[in-house]
Write a protein that binds this ligand. Sequence first.
Ligand code: IPE
Ligand code: IPE
Ligand code: MG
Length: 241
Amino acid sequence: MKDRIKEAVASGAIQHMAFIMDGNGRWATRQGKSRNEGHKKGAKVFEEVAEYCHNIGIHHVTVYAFSTENWRRPEDEVSALMRLLSSYLDTAIKRFREKQIRVVFLGDKSVFPKKLIAKMEKLETITKDHTDILNIAFNYGGRDEIVHACREVIASGEEISEETISKHLYTAASPDPDLIVRTAGEMRLSNFLLWQAAYAEFYYTDTLWPDMNAEEIDKACAAFLLRKRNFGALPEEAKLN
Ligand code: IPE
Ligand code: IPE
Ligand code: MG
């Protein structure tokens, strides 16, 4: 990473970076492997990407791992993804303790088997005091999240407002994403962080998720740093005209 970019990122230019991890299936097909092998490789890369982002000073990282719509996939692919999550969780506590990262699962856990829920909650509880956050969106949908948040606001007796809804989103512990990266050439959100993406910058790459690496992340950061973010206001130079 170029020093200039490194410094900007380390000094907090990107507080929250989110990834739509797409292209595991295409990667596997191209290699003559099964889709499930693509997901396995994708899980490994996810680990490396999350670690790299935290190392360069991005304090909040979110990855989209399984959407509320992904249940529409063939049963054997869905169960392979569930098994992958479960085996990942078996070694995760030790790793995230060492890395000092707090893990938060975004999405409705209640549909998972009790044993899996217990593992997810254990990881969340054990890591809860770390300040850097890794959000793992699993059985996550942006629309589902907004409905869930509204229900919670109503149940709590609070008024519906932008603040109260934000407070009840699964991502309540993180700021809105600055940058959303999608791999594999698709240019859509696929129900990801619909509320939180209001002012996010988007970055798309043709690279398939299993080929994602530090260099690609550096490129995304560099592109982000060239963007002008006005949040609806006028940029300074335009005010002079
Ligand atoms: C992303 O890769 C992983 C999940 C959605 C679980 P895909 O499985 O969508 O890969 P492609 O789009 O078929 O290549
Ligand atoms: C989005 O990828 C969901 C995740 C990355 C978990 P998909 O591959 O499921 O998205 P679509 O169906 O192409 O929009
Ligand atoms: Mg896909």
